[in-house]
Write a protein that binds this ligand. Sequence first.
Ligand code: ADP
Ligand code: MG
Length: 629
Amino acid sequence: MEARFSLRRELAFLGAAAAAFVLGLSMRPGAALSPAWLPAFAPDLAFVLAYLLAGRDVLLGAARNIARGRVFDELFLMSVATLGAIAIGRYEEALGVMVFYKIGEALQEKASERSRSSVRELLARRPSMARLRRAGAWVTVDPGEAAEGDEYMVMPGEWVPLDGEVVEGECFVDASSLTGESLPRRVGPGDEVLAGCVAIDGSITAIARKTEGRSAAARIVELVEEAVKSKAKAARLVTRFTAVYTPIVVGLAAAIAFLPPLLVPGQALSDWAYRALVLLVISCPCALVVSVPLGYFCGMGGAAKRGILVRGAEVLDGLAKARTVVFDKTGTLTAGNFRVASIETEPGFAEDEVLALAAAAESRSRHPIAASIRREAAARGLSIGAEDAASGIVERPGAGVLAYVGGRLVAAGNDRLLHLEKVPHDRCEAEGTTVNVAVDGQLAGRVTVVDEPKADSARTIAELAALGITRTVMLTGDCAASAEPVAKALGITELAAALLPEDKLERLAGLVAETRAARGATIFVGDGVNDAPSLARADVGVAMGAGSDAAVEGADLVLMTDEPSRLPEAIRRARHTRVVVFQGIALCLATKAVFLVLGAMGIAVMWEAVIADVGVAILAILNALRALR
Ligand code: ADP
Ligand code: MG
């Protein structure tokens, strides 16, 4: 099952096996091809050849696993059972087991290939971009359009789109996705950066060296492939199960083969040995081995079709167990589309001046507040060249930004930033979110920005409640005055405002611990701006589509769209997947139990056992495919 599956090769082997089998039949005494000189064992030889051709994978796999010290698995069961059948001259049955196993495997391969390709198709559509300097301005293009020698800029949290050499700026880059190196590396002018790294805490400009960028799209496809590999985790569970189950079955079979003939006079060993072999064939947990990982995989594939990327089977389990959902406010429950509502000025400053200073200071911030200020400045014709107008930019997460603009130190941010910078000010809270603008330690004005809840945020909370998740928490760095009305309108049960990113993390850790104590899981949903640590800290970290690449990297679940209502959908899908997986397990074990009894009693023959096993496997696979819907 590990090697790449090629249908054509399998068919060739099965064809050769069929030919050998027909040859064997026709060489039997009295048949067409049995001249007198033919030795009596010739047909047997042909049958054994047919068996080896059909069953080579199973036999080799069993041998390999034994060599690795993993003796008891389903391959071992099948090998022992069929070799035993050969030993007692039941060639057709030995061959039948192998052929049916092959058919089951082909079906499984086809099903998982189907869901894999649908995942790939979906992901290939995700846009990727490079910010290039063209004719003095920064333009966003597809990395494929970049040429060697192009100057490009990477903002905090973004992927480096192209290999290149840094010419300006300094930051830590995370190369773990490229090199597996877990420690971020500091880069500055003269250093090399590789496409696929993530700029963590600063922005850099670089000159492109190689143009074949590894796009974010390519990376996400890889992430999902990783997730597919993590089905190994579900498979490991099955392996643990077979490691206990198989020796028991083998012991039972041995007892059935030898005990009755030894203890009860007149019982033939061959008769009981056959029953034991039937038992071994029946007990082979193929259906389980195939359907459990496939069920999870289909669950992930079906979710991916809806723009919900699940990074592993255990994430589905986490979703299904969720009891608490923690939301970041801005960009997650609210649209994050801030709009400048009003500008107030202090004596000596004009509205446009305050706005232009703020826009310059915010030129490299990815915070949605920054975007709204830049937009407003552009609308008023103020921001021409603003990106280069500021230098020495420092972003204080949860507070604001500091930068030098035209030789003056500009601070733009909330009350906390004013305290940090010791800017004298009086009043603090208003409707909406206030961005104070200070110049050289003096308050120059205030820009008030407002944001609205997303259209489906309230529905999301209601749907979560309907799923039994009644504890919903909103964490925000925004002030309580602007956060409270939002929480109330959405039906959020708990609110914590004015938090720094590290406070959010602490709150979240507390919630995770409380929920775990009640045997539940905690989900954190963020938009990826400043909340990568929280995504990692929660049992299930959910990043929304527009978030930064760094967040996508750290999240367990990525919602490709900006609709929070995809979360309850993901939870419903996860629960459905678990039901499907458990059905597969129950179906498999129940059929096994019935046929084990029939086999031990000598009622079921090996053929029936094989058909029952393959039948259950196919049923379980078809059932697992339901998780795709
Ligand atoms: P949220 O929890 O709403 O996502 P953040 O932690 O990102 O909020 O930010 C909290 C607060 O910090 C914002 O409401 C804003 O007042 C201030 N802030 C953060 N970044 C900036 C910025 N780039 N410009 C202005 N203010 C900012
Ligand atoms: Mg945020």
